[in-house]
Design a protein around this ligand. Structure first.
Ligand code: FAD
Length: 325
């Protein structure tokens, strides 16, 4: 794929402070202005940020023309709670999901795993399709227990992305196990993969090739981000469990200025993004950390932004009465 045709998408998380909540709409507007394929919004394990996620998703739906993707996890939920949660997101107008299992709390009593009724991501993917199919035939009228065939027929009405791990999930014993998990998610009806953060293009390219050879047919978007400070690098390594990219870590450590570190992070990510696209990646998914500047500068440097590049400003969504016929 040539760089100018490349697609991109962004990930946000619900704001954790009032100050962050006040600045997020401007960030979303700036990201929306470059017409990404979608903006995804993370979902806190244990349902802690259900309302916060929905608030951000609703802002995207109501104020931009960009498609919103909801991360969804059902860890620790009963089957009934998971059903209700999915229904709530569908009722809010969400048709794109990133289904992830989630992580149970670390401090559980002996003998409890905290996973809940939905044991695997593949089951969650199936449940999303089922809930959508049950509500789809008669609009708001729910049809519990729709036959499996009817569920299969409704699969095209939602997009369900799933997580992929180029360097293995922390609990997995081998890359083959991760690819088996992807195949199980595909069989359940997933139609897009998004990877965990990684730092070397070869990690993704080898993994994508192995997954395709094993029979994974959906596109797998590489998830990357510009790492613009040692603190952010540390945080990303904690979240992702990836190994430290020592060249980047050293460059960031020795650079004395914030501006210099920002430049190093953006340049590093732009080179990674370009190598991924040249190697055949179907697009780039960018972890934004709720800031637009670095990801837009990085995409601009790769040469994939529309005319106006990172300076693009948001045109507010037209109201129903203003819309062209
Ligand atoms: P799975 O992929 O189902 O399982 C993880 C691993 O377990 C597999 O890779 C495999 O090694 C093994 N495994 C599972 N099933 C099988 C099987 N059938 N056969 C063989 N091996 C199997 N967490 C949140 O709480 N909220 C979020 O919003 C969120 N967003 C994320 C977004 C992305 C892009 C990524 C990569 C992760 C995200 N996570 C999020 C983290 C996620 O919840 C954790 O990675 C969690 O530990 C596992 O969820 P999963 O869906 O990756 O699980």
């Amino acid at each position: 794929m040539s760089c100018t045709d490349a697609r991109y998408s962004f990930e946000l998380y619900p704001p954790r402070t009032e100050r962050a909540a006040a600045t997020l709409p401007a960030t979303i507007d700036r990201l929306a202005a470059v017409h990404p394929d979608f903006i995804s919004v993370t979902y806190g394990a244990g349902g802690s940020s259900r309302t916060a996620s929905l608030d951000v998703l609703r802002y995207i739906i109501e104020h931009t023309d960009v498609s919103a993707m909801a991360h969804l996890t059902c860890v620790g939920s009963s089957h009934e709670e998971a059903h209700r949660l999915i229904r709530e997101f569908l009722d809010a107008g969400i048709r794109r999901f990133l289904a992830v299992r989630g992580d149970p709390p670390a401090d559980l009593p002996a003998g409890e795993d905290g996973i809940g009724d939905i044991r695997t991501t593949a089951e969650l993917v199936q449940l999303i399709h089922r809930v959508q199919a049950e509500r789809a035939p008669y609009g708001e009228l729910s049809v519990p227990g729709l036959p499996a065939q009817a569920v299969l027929e409704h699969r095209e009405h939602v997009q369900i992305a799933v997580a992929a791990f180029p360097n293995g999930h922390p609990s997995s014993h081998s890359i083959s196990q991760d690819i088996d998990a992807l195949l199980a998610k595909q069989a359940a009806g997933a139609n897009l993969g998004i990877t965990q953060l990684f730092f070397h293009a070869e990690d993704y390219l080898h993994f994508a090739q192995r997954a395709a050879e094993a029979g994974v047919t959906f596109p797998i978007l590489p998830g990357i981000m510009p790492v613009t400070s040692p603190a952010r690098l540390k945080r990303m390594l904690e979240l992702s469990g990836e190994d430290l990219p020592s060249d980047l870590a050293i460059e960031l450590e020795v650079e004395p200025t914030d501006e210099g570190r920002r430049e190093i992070g953006i340049d590093w990510a732009a080179r990674l993004g370009r190598r991924l696209l040249d190697g055949g990646a179907p697009g780039l998914h960018l972890y934004t950390f709720n800031q637009h500047e670095a990801v837009l500068s990085m995409l601009d440097r790769i040469g994939v932004l529309p005319e106006g590049g990172a300076e693009h400003t948001h045109t507010p969504k037209k109201s129903a009465t203003e819309k062209e016929p």
